[in-house]
Design a protein around this ligand. Structure first.
Ligand code: NAD
Length: 264
Protein backbone atom coordinates (compact mmCIF):
# COMPACT_ATOMS: atom_id res chain seq x y z
CA UNK A 1 0.00 0.00 0.00
CA UNK A 2 1.28 3.53 -0.76
CA UNK A 3 2.34 5.41 2.31
CA UNK A 4 0.51 8.74 2.53
CA UNK A 5 3.55 10.92 3.33
CA UNK A 6 5.85 9.30 0.77
CA UNK A 7 7.77 12.03 -1.10
CA UNK A 8 6.91 14.74 1.46
CA UNK A 9 9.51 16.65 3.47
CA UNK A 10 8.88 18.49 6.68
CA UNK A 11 10.46 20.26 9.63
CA UNK A 12 9.65 19.30 13.21
CA UNK A 13 10.29 21.99 15.83
CA UNK A 14 9.79 21.12 19.50
CA UNK A 15 11.13 17.64 20.24
CA UNK A 16 12.79 17.73 23.68
CA UNK A 17 12.69 14.00 24.44
CA UNK A 18 10.71 10.84 23.69
CA UNK A 19 7.76 12.12 25.74
CA UNK A 20 7.33 15.23 23.58
CA UNK A 21 4.14 15.61 21.57
CA UNK A 22 6.36 16.50 18.59
CA UNK A 23 7.99 13.08 18.92
CA UNK A 24 4.61 11.33 18.73
CA UNK A 25 3.91 13.34 15.58
CA UNK A 26 7.34 12.52 14.12
CA UNK A 27 6.82 8.78 14.57
CA UNK A 28 3.42 8.88 12.86
CA UNK A 29 4.82 10.89 9.92
CA UNK A 30 7.92 8.73 9.51
CA UNK A 31 5.84 5.54 9.55
CA UNK A 32 3.98 6.94 6.53
CA UNK A 33 7.17 7.69 4.61
CA UNK A 34 7.81 11.39 5.41
CA UNK A 35 11.36 12.70 5.30
CA UNK A 36 11.99 14.76 8.43
CA UNK A 37 14.31 17.50 9.65
CA UNK A 38 14.42 18.52 13.31
CA UNK A 39 15.39 21.53 15.37
CA UNK A 40 16.45 21.50 19.01
CA UNK A 41 16.82 24.20 21.62
CA UNK A 42 20.31 24.19 23.13
CA UNK A 43 23.08 21.59 23.25
CA UNK A 44 21.64 19.61 26.16
CA UNK A 45 18.44 18.87 24.21
CA UNK A 46 20.47 18.35 21.04
CA UNK A 47 22.02 15.29 22.67
CA UNK A 48 18.54 13.82 23.09
CA UNK A 49 17.08 14.90 19.77
CA UNK A 50 19.89 13.59 17.51
CA UNK A 51 19.47 9.90 18.48
CA UNK A 52 15.67 10.24 18.20
CA UNK A 53 16.02 11.75 14.73
CA UNK A 54 18.28 8.84 13.79
CA UNK A 55 15.52 6.41 14.88
CA UNK A 56 13.28 7.85 12.16
CA UNK A 57 16.08 7.92 9.58
CA UNK A 58 17.08 11.59 9.85
CA UNK A 59 20.44 13.21 10.43
CA UNK A 60 19.18 16.65 9.38
CA UNK A 61 19.13 18.20 12.86
CA UNK A 62 19.61 21.92 13.48
CA UNK A 63 19.91 24.14 16.56
CA UNK A 64 17.18 26.77 16.83
CA UNK A 65 16.09 28.98 19.69
CA UNK A 66 13.08 31.02 18.61
CA UNK A 67 14.09 33.85 20.95
CA UNK A 68 17.11 34.33 18.69
CA UNK A 69 15.75 35.32 15.28
CA UNK A 70 19.18 34.77 13.68
CA UNK A 71 18.94 31.08 14.57
CA UNK A 72 15.45 30.90 13.03
CA UNK A 73 16.81 32.49 9.84
CA UNK A 74 19.77 30.08 9.84
CA UNK A 75 17.36 27.13 10.14
CA UNK A 76 15.37 28.15 7.07
CA UNK A 77 18.53 29.01 5.13
CA UNK A 78 19.76 25.46 5.83
CA UNK A 79 16.43 23.95 4.72
CA UNK A 80 16.46 26.02 1.55
CA UNK A 81 20.03 25.05 0.74
CA UNK A 82 19.57 21.33 1.36
CA UNK A 83 15.99 20.67 0.28
CA UNK A 84 14.95 23.79 -1.66
CA UNK A 85 11.33 23.27 -0.62
CA UNK A 86 9.17 22.14 2.27
CA UNK A 87 5.80 20.34 2.38
CA UNK A 88 4.93 20.72 6.06
CA UNK A 89 6.01 22.15 9.39
CA UNK A 90 5.20 21.25 12.99
CA UNK A 91 5.52 24.00 15.62
CA UNK A 92 5.31 22.36 19.05
CA UNK A 93 6.98 25.09 21.07
CA UNK A 94 5.79 26.68 24.27
CA UNK A 95 7.36 28.33 27.28
CA UNK A 96 6.46 30.42 30.31
CA UNK A 97 8.20 30.97 33.65
CA UNK A 98 6.88 28.16 35.84
CA UNK A 99 6.72 30.54 38.81
CA UNK A 100 3.86 32.22 36.98
CA UNK A 101 2.07 28.97 36.10
CA UNK A 102 0.51 28.97 39.55
CA UNK A 103 -1.44 31.43 41.66
CA UNK A 104 -3.25 34.35 40.12
CA UNK A 105 -3.12 35.19 36.41
CA UNK A 106 -3.30 38.83 37.53
CA UNK A 107 0.20 38.51 39.01
CA UNK A 108 1.80 37.81 35.61
CA UNK A 109 4.77 40.12 35.11
CA UNK A 110 5.28 42.27 32.04
CA UNK A 111 8.59 40.51 31.26
CA UNK A 112 7.15 37.01 31.44
CA UNK A 113 4.01 38.03 29.57
CA UNK A 114 6.16 39.30 26.66
CA UNK A 115 8.51 36.31 26.73
CA UNK A 116 5.64 33.81 26.85
CA UNK A 117 3.94 35.55 23.92
CA UNK A 118 7.09 35.69 21.79
CA UNK A 119 8.08 32.05 22.34
CA UNK A 120 4.66 30.40 22.49
CA UNK A 121 2.74 32.53 19.99
CA UNK A 122 4.67 34.95 17.80
CA UNK A 123 7.33 32.36 16.92
CA UNK A 124 4.67 30.50 14.91
CA UNK A 125 4.02 33.60 12.82
CA UNK A 126 7.74 34.21 12.29
CA UNK A 127 8.22 30.59 11.29
CA UNK A 128 5.19 30.58 8.98
CA UNK A 129 6.55 33.63 7.18
CA UNK A 130 9.86 31.87 6.53
CA UNK A 131 8.19 28.58 5.57
CA UNK A 132 5.68 29.92 3.09
CA UNK A 133 8.19 30.82 0.34
CA UNK A 134 9.51 27.23 0.54
CA UNK A 135 6.03 25.75 0.06
CA UNK A 136 5.82 26.34 -3.68
CA UNK A 137 3.61 23.34 -4.27
CA UNK A 138 1.34 24.19 -1.32
CA UNK A 139 1.83 22.86 2.18
CA UNK A 140 0.54 22.30 5.66
CA UNK A 141 1.51 24.08 8.89
CA UNK A 142 0.53 22.80 12.30
CA UNK A 143 0.85 24.17 15.82
CA UNK A 144 -0.17 22.85 19.23
CA UNK A 145 -2.63 24.57 21.54
CA UNK A 146 -4.68 23.83 24.67
CA UNK A 147 -8.22 24.34 25.91
CA UNK A 148 -6.89 26.90 28.42
CA UNK A 149 -7.14 29.37 25.50
CA UNK A 150 -10.91 29.70 25.81
CA UNK A 151 -11.64 28.22 29.27
CA UNK A 152 -10.08 29.04 32.60
CA UNK A 153 -7.83 26.14 33.62
CA UNK A 154 -6.28 26.56 37.08
CA UNK A 155 -2.64 27.72 36.91
CA UNK A 156 -2.48 27.83 33.10
CA UNK A 157 -2.64 31.63 33.42
CA UNK A 158 -0.55 33.54 30.86
CA UNK A 159 -0.12 30.40 28.73
CA UNK A 160 -3.91 30.48 28.18
CA UNK A 161 -3.66 34.05 26.92
CA UNK A 162 -0.76 33.10 24.63
CA UNK A 163 -2.70 30.09 23.29
CA UNK A 164 -5.73 32.32 22.57
CA UNK A 165 -3.48 34.57 20.50
CA UNK A 166 -1.86 31.54 18.87
CA UNK A 167 -5.29 30.22 17.81
CA UNK A 168 -6.18 33.63 16.36
CA UNK A 169 -2.84 33.55 14.50
CA UNK A 170 -3.81 30.20 12.99
CA UNK A 171 -6.92 31.78 11.48
CA UNK A 172 -5.11 34.87 10.17
CA UNK A 173 -2.24 32.83 8.73
CA UNK A 174 -4.74 30.44 7.11
CA UNK A 175 -6.35 33.44 5.39
CA UNK A 176 -2.95 34.91 4.39
CA UNK A 177 -1.58 31.73 2.85
CA UNK A 178 -4.72 29.93 1.66
CA UNK A 179 -4.45 31.46 -1.82
CA UNK A 180 -0.99 29.80 -2.10
CA UNK A 181 -2.43 26.37 -1.30
CA UNK A 182 -0.93 26.44 2.19
CA UNK A 183 -3.12 25.21 5.04
CA UNK A 184 -2.66 26.27 8.67
CA UNK A 185 -4.22 24.36 11.56
CA UNK A 186 -3.79 23.62 15.25
CA UNK A 187 -4.34 20.59 17.40
CA UNK A 188 -5.73 21.32 20.85
CA UNK A 189 -4.32 18.39 22.80
CA UNK A 190 -5.60 17.20 26.16
CA UNK A 191 -3.09 17.24 29.02
CA UNK A 192 -0.11 14.91 28.59
CA UNK A 193 2.86 14.32 30.90
CA UNK A 194 5.74 16.12 29.15
CA UNK A 195 8.53 18.47 30.21
CA UNK A 196 6.43 21.53 29.37
CA UNK A 197 3.30 19.96 30.88
CA UNK A 198 5.13 19.36 34.18
CA UNK A 199 5.85 23.09 34.46
CA UNK A 200 2.20 23.79 35.21
CA UNK A 201 1.44 23.65 38.91
CA UNK A 202 -0.90 20.79 39.95
CA UNK A 203 -0.44 19.14 36.53
CA UNK A 204 -1.17 15.73 38.05
CA UNK A 205 -4.54 16.85 39.44
CA UNK A 206 -5.50 18.34 36.06
CA UNK A 207 -4.51 15.12 34.31
CA UNK A 208 -6.50 13.00 36.71
CA UNK A 209 -9.57 15.32 36.38
CA UNK A 210 -9.43 14.92 32.59
CA UNK A 211 -9.03 11.18 32.86
CA UNK A 212 -12.07 10.82 35.13
CA UNK A 213 -14.33 13.29 33.35
CA UNK A 214 -13.63 13.09 29.62
CA UNK A 215 -16.23 11.16 27.58
CA UNK A 216 -13.60 8.51 26.75
CA UNK A 217 -12.54 8.32 30.45
CA UNK A 218 -8.86 8.58 29.59
CA UNK A 219 -6.16 11.06 28.75
CA UNK A 220 -4.66 11.11 25.29
CA UNK A 221 -1.23 9.82 24.25
CA UNK A 222 1.43 11.41 22.05
CA UNK A 223 0.74 8.65 19.51
CA UNK A 224 -2.94 9.60 19.32
CA UNK A 225 -1.99 13.25 18.79
CA UNK A 226 0.56 12.04 16.22
CA UNK A 227 -2.08 10.21 14.19
CA UNK A 228 -4.39 13.23 14.16
CA UNK A 229 -1.43 15.39 13.12
CA UNK A 230 -0.77 12.96 10.28
CA UNK A 231 -4.27 13.69 8.97
CA UNK A 232 -3.79 17.47 9.21
CA UNK A 233 -0.32 17.37 7.62
CA UNK A 234 -1.29 15.02 4.79
CA UNK A 235 -3.51 15.44 1.75
CA UNK A 236 -6.28 13.60 3.65
CA UNK A 237 -7.21 17.03 5.07
CA UNK A 238 -6.81 18.94 1.79
CA UNK A 239 -10.08 20.81 2.43
CA UNK A 240 -9.28 21.83 6.01
CA UNK A 241 -7.65 25.09 7.10
CA UNK A 242 -7.84 27.59 9.96
CA UNK A 243 -9.13 24.83 12.21
CA UNK A 244 -8.54 24.14 15.92
CA UNK A 245 -8.92 20.37 16.15
CA UNK A 246 -9.42 18.89 19.64
CA UNK A 247 -7.57 15.67 20.45
CA UNK A 248 -8.54 15.46 24.10
CA UNK A 249 -10.72 12.37 24.59
CA UNK A 250 -13.69 14.74 24.25
CA UNK A 251 -13.03 16.68 27.46
CA UNK A 252 -13.78 20.05 25.84
CA UNK A 253 -17.46 19.21 25.25
CA UNK A 254 -18.23 18.57 28.90
CA UNK A 255 -19.88 21.13 31.16
CA UNK A 256 -19.64 19.42 34.55
CA UNK A 257 -17.98 16.42 36.22
CA UNK A 258 -19.48 13.04 35.39
CA UNK A 259 -22.14 11.82 37.81
CA UNK A 260 -19.83 8.89 38.63
CA UNK A 261 -17.09 11.30 39.64
CA UNK A 262 -19.53 13.41 41.67
CA UNK A 263 -20.88 10.37 43.55
CA UNK A 264 -17.40 9.01 44.35
P1 NAD B 1 7.90 19.49 25.52
O1 NAD B 1 8.57 20.09 26.72
O2 NAD B 1 8.28 18.12 25.16
O3 NAD B 1 8.06 20.45 24.25
C1 NAD B 1 8.14 21.84 24.36
C2 NAD B 1 9.20 22.25 23.38
O4 NAD B 1 9.29 23.68 23.30
C3 NAD B 1 10.60 21.74 23.79
O5 NAD B 1 11.15 20.98 22.76
C4 NAD B 1 11.40 23.02 23.98
O6 NAD B 1 12.75 22.88 23.62
C5 NAD B 1 10.65 23.96 23.05
N1 NAD B 1 10.97 25.35 23.33
C6 NAD B 1 10.70 26.08 24.44
N2 NAD B 1 11.25 27.30 24.33
C7 NAD B 1 11.87 27.34 23.11
C8 NAD B 1 12.64 28.31 22.42
N3 NAD B 1 12.90 29.51 22.97
N4 NAD B 1 13.12 28.00 21.19
C9 NAD B 1 12.89 26.80 20.64
N5 NAD B 1 12.18 25.82 21.24
C10 NAD B 1 11.70 26.10 22.47
O7 NAD B 1 6.34 19.58 25.85
P2 NAD B 1 5.04 19.32 24.95
O8 NAD B 1 3.95 19.15 25.94
O9 NAD B 1 5.30 18.26 23.96
O10 NAD B 1 4.82 20.74 24.25
C11 NAD B 1 4.68 20.90 22.85
C12 NAD B 1 3.54 21.88 22.57
O11 NAD B 1 2.31 21.25 22.92
C13 NAD B 1 3.60 23.18 23.36
O12 NAD B 1 3.18 24.25 22.54
C14 NAD B 1 2.57 22.95 24.46
O13 NAD B 1 2.04 24.17 24.95
C15 NAD B 1 1.55 22.17 23.67
N6 NAD B 1 0.57 21.41 24.46
C16 NAD B 1 0.97 20.59 25.47
C17 NAD B 1 0.04 19.89 26.21
C18 NAD B 1 0.45 18.99 27.35
O14 NAD B 1 -0.36 18.69 28.23
N7 NAD B 1 1.68 18.50 27.38
C19 NAD B 1 -1.33 20.04 25.92
C20 NAD B 1 -1.72 20.87 24.88
C21 NAD B 1 -0.75 21.56 24.16
Amino acid sequence: MTRIMQGKRGLIMGVANNHSIAWGISKALAAQGAELAFTYQGDALGKRVKPLAAEVGSEFVLPCDVEDIASVDATFDAIKERWGSLDFIVHAIGFSDKNELKGLYADTTRDNFSRTMVISCFSFTEIAKRCAPLMNAGGSMLTLTYNGSTRVIPNYNVMGVAKAALEASVRYLAADYGPNGIRVNAISAGPIRTLAGAGISDARAILSWNQRNSPLRKTVTIDQVGNSALYLLSDLSAGVTGEIHFVDAGFNITSMPTLDALRR
